[in-house]
Design a protein around this ligand. Structure first.
Ligand SMILES: C[S@@+](CC[C@H](N)C(=O)[O-])C[C@H]1O[C@@H](n2cnc3c(N)ncnc32)[C@H](O)[C@@H]1O
Length: 421
């Protein structure tokens, strides 16, 4: 059955998928349970104790395995076949604000209750990765692939149950649980607590982020992690999540430059360390936010140069050149930027993404361009200061005024041009 949300639920967005209530196996056949593999519990149905028929004390329930019809001693009284009998809680689709579709409880749900199975196409992990990249490049923003086990995933993008619409929350009222049903693993959504009718259902996706677009989490929970998949290893390796008291990622740990051959680059790293020593405490956080913010901006190098090139000059002082003024000037400049940054990002959950390019590109891009900037500044000083005669120095300054193509940088360093001649 093809369900179009447009026809069925709203006039907003024709999202189509095929509704299924059982997994479809794409890369292999559905397993046939062998008789010797069937787990038989020792429950004994007692009419005065409904829980006796495969309730919490059932050995199969204990091991998250559903009883097999025809083999359970409780027969039709067995309560441990919820996936097989689709004993879903009543739920309904709703349009949320900013999070697409969501699912509401359409009855009061008890803690621990089975709500619905997460159905879709069972595919290999490799195929899951391939599809997830393909979907992303097709511009599909919603992700519907979940992990089934170490080598398989469930993709509910094109085919799935209503569970595919359940949104993520960092403070969820539901959980996903894996159960063995007739020899196959299946994923169910269960309530964590009593859920009153009309409440939106949500679970913690806890998914592995594969390096696609970062989706800002809008769950509204007090300790929201900020982004979907933010707790996953891939995301954390790619992203620095700052907390006020978090010193895991100090500036020197930002792995932007690490080539030993790249001489100015290693000076840069040293300089960044020393600049960190200069401005202790929270400012470090702000500064790194700014730097990384710059890296994502449209003209990263222009703005990065403001932050990074300046300390390079400080770290490579030349004889007879007084650098203090320069430092104050650029710090002022930085403070301005910091102020901007403060307004743009809250301290908590401020995201400091590393550059999204592969590391190799990143290195070459940044070290190359930064080197250029640094070189220009140093050369100008060198030429001016190393010349012994006043006449020669004036000539250089005059030339600079006339043809200078890096006047912005120089005015940062030397002050207004009229002062330097
Ligand atoms: C499994 S789908 C959930 C149903 C989806 N809302 C829809 O309309 O089809 C997962 C996608 O929903 C969105 N989503 C789910 N929870 C979210 C949240 N807490 N904040 C923002 N977007 C969310 C994201 O786009 C995510 O990739």
């Amino acid at each position: 059955m093809i369900i179009s949300n447009q026809d069925q639920y709203t006039d907003d967005g024709p999202l189509q998928y095929i509704h299924i209530e059982q997994n479809e196996f794409m890369h292999r056949k559905h397993k046939k349970q062998k008789e010797e593999d069937i787990a038989i519990c020792n429950c004994n149905y007692n009419i005065s104790d409904p829980d006796s028929a495969c309730g919490d004390r059932c050995l199969n329930v204990f091991t998250s395995t559903e009883c097999t019809p025809g083999y359970c001693p409780c027969g039709s009284y067995c309560k441990n076949q919820r996936f097989q009998k689709c004993e879903n809680a009543k739920s309904k689709l709703v349009k949320t604000e900013g999070r697409g579709w969501g699912v509401l409880a359409d009855e009061n749900i008890k803690a621990g209750q089975f709500i619905i199975e997460y159905c879709g196409e069972v595919i290999s992990r490799k195929e899951a990765r391939r599809r997830s990249h393909a979907y992303e490049s097709q511009g599909l923003l919603d992700a519907y692939i979940i992990s089934l086990n170490s080598h398989e995933s469930i993709d509910a993008t094109k085919k799935g149950s209503l569970a595919r619409f359940i949104n993520h929350s960092c403070l969820p009222n539901c959980v996903t649980r894996k159960w063995t049903v007739l020899g196959e693993i299946r994923v169910g959504i269960f309530s964590k607590q009593d859920i009153p009718v009309g409440t939106e259902l949500a679970y913690d996706y806890n998914f592995e982020w594969y390096g696609g677009a970062k989706v800002r989490c809008l769950c509204g929970a007090p300790f929201c992690s900020g982004f979907l998949g933010a707790k996953s290893r891939g995301f954390q390796e790619d992203t620095y999540l700052w907390e006020d008291d978090d010193d895991r990622y100090s500036i020197e740990n930002i792995p932007t430059y690490d080539s030993e051959e790249d001489e100015p680059t290693s000076k840069l790293a040293t300089t960044m360390e020393s600049s960190k020593l200069d401005c202790n405490t929270d400012e470090n956080h702000d500064m790194s936010m700014r730097m990384n913010d710059n890296m994502e901006s449209k003209h990263p190098l222009q703005s990065t140069a403001l932050v990074v090139v300046e300390p390079l000059n400080l770290a490579v002082p030349m004889e007879g050149v007084v650098m203090h003024e320069t430092k104050t000037e650029v710090n002022k400049e930085r403070n301005l930027h910091l102020h901007d940054t403060d307004q743009t990002f809250g301290h908590k959950n401020a995201i400091v993404p590393r550059i999204k390019m592969p590391l190799s590109n990143k290195k070459s891009n940044y070290s190359g361009k930064l080197k250029q900037h640094a070189q220009k500044d140093v050369d100008a000083k060198r030429v001016a200061q190393l010349l012994s005669s006043q006449e020669a120095r004036e000539e250089v300054y005059n030339y600079e005024v006339k043809y200078c193509c890096f006047c912005h940088t120089l005015s940062c360093i030397h002050g207004p041009k009229s002062n330097s001649s």
